[in-house]
Design a protein around this ligand. Structure first.
Ligand code: PAZ
Length: 316
């Protein structure tokens, strides 16, 4: 069987894609949440608002999806960075892959420890409590989590497919556009480059009785160009560039800067992304930021985000 032999939407720009396809089923709820969040925060003078994208988009093979293509991203970069944005006084829309890592809870999820391992029963009172060795750190994280939640500083919006992602990013970008330079886009999600357009997808579960499966994928409409030039033209926009071949990183990152005209590309390599990144800005030499060896409690985000905050502060 062959899926998606040729795509009439191939080469379509994202705006045409968004016009002729259906948004995700929770789109209205997301729009309301984003509107309420922005209405609240846009009234606070000088308050900066970041849209952080995080985790990987899926590529369904069937409309009633049994199978899909996925990628490696767990959302570590996005969830960790969102915490730093919040601590630095930003309000954050966290556009993330459903069930990927989340700010604050990431410290206790997706680990070899199950959350029950952090708890114990006090034999005297028969009450559940946090084990003493985890309590101090958890207190600190809980405090920050409650602050973000109770004070409406963090809005979580989820996507699953690459199509969901395009709809939600487009809506959030246009809604944030009036904030102009107060708005920052931090595009850390691993977004699929290839997909099967909905009109070419098999409706039902693909049957193995039909023989071997050949899949032909179309290119996903490139959204960075309209994001920068039309959807939020005065915002500070940071994209990430991931490569596996070190020789490609610099030329591809520089090419993205020229092609899209945004403010910053952060380059990283798959194997070392937790230890080193490169900042690419127009007209400047790339800046290499690397964690010192023997720094087990440090994250690379704590090293490079202060530099990004400075760049955003001096952006008009
Ligand atoms: O989610 P994670 O922490 O495992 O990975 C982060 C990342 C490598 C997806 C991110 O830093 C990144 O490079 N995102 C853009 C990927 C791309 O080039 O599309």
């Amino acid at each position: 069987m062959s899926v998606s032999p040729k795509s009439p939407t191939q080469g379509l720009d994202p705006e045409k894609y968004l016009k002729v396809h259906s948004p995700p089923s929770h789109f209205q709820q997301c729009k309301d949440d984003i509107d309420n969040f922005l209405e609240f925060w846009s009234q606070i003078p000088d308050r900066k608002i970041a849209l952080v994208t995080s985790g990987g988009t899926t590529v369904p093979l069937e409309s009633q999806t049994v199978r899909f293509l996925d990628n490696f991203s767990a959302g570590t970069r996005g969830a960790t960075s969102a915490e730093f944005f919040l601590e630095h006084g930003y309000s954050v829309i966290f556009l993330h892959r459903q069930f990927s890592l989340q700010p604050y809870s990431r410290h206790y999820s997706h680990t070899t420890n199950c959350f029950l391992d952090y708890l114990e029963m006090d034999p005297k009172s028969n009450q559940i409590q946090v084990e003493a060795k985890y309590a101090e750190e958890m207190k600190d994280i809980l405090f920050k989590y409650k602050d973000a939640k109770d004070n409406r500083k963090l809005l979580a919006v989820s996507f699953v497919t690459v199509s969901d992602y395009l709809f939600l990013l487009n809506y959030a970008a246009q809604a944030m556009a009036p904030l102009e330079s107060r708005a920052l886009f931090y595009l850390a999600a691993a977004v699929s480059d290839f997909f099967i357009p909905p009109e070419l997808m098999a409706q039902h579960k693909i049957q193995s009785t039909e023989g071997e499966l050949n899949i032909s994928l179309s290119k996903v409409p490139k959204f960075l160009k309209p994001l920068v030039s039309k959807w939020a033209p005065n915002a500070f926009i940071v994209s990430f560039k991931l490569e596996t071949d070190p020789l490609l990183l610099e030329p591809k990152a520089k090419q993205a800067l020229v092609q899209y005209g945004h403010q910053l590309v952060i380059g990283n390599l798959l194997g070392t992304r937790k230890h080193e990144v490169w900042f690419f800005t127009v007209g400047k030499e790339p800046v290499h930021l690397q964690m010192p060896t023997d720094s087990p409690h440090m994250t690379i985000e704590s090293l490079f985000l202060p530099r990004l905050f400075e760049l955003h502060s001096s952006y008009k």
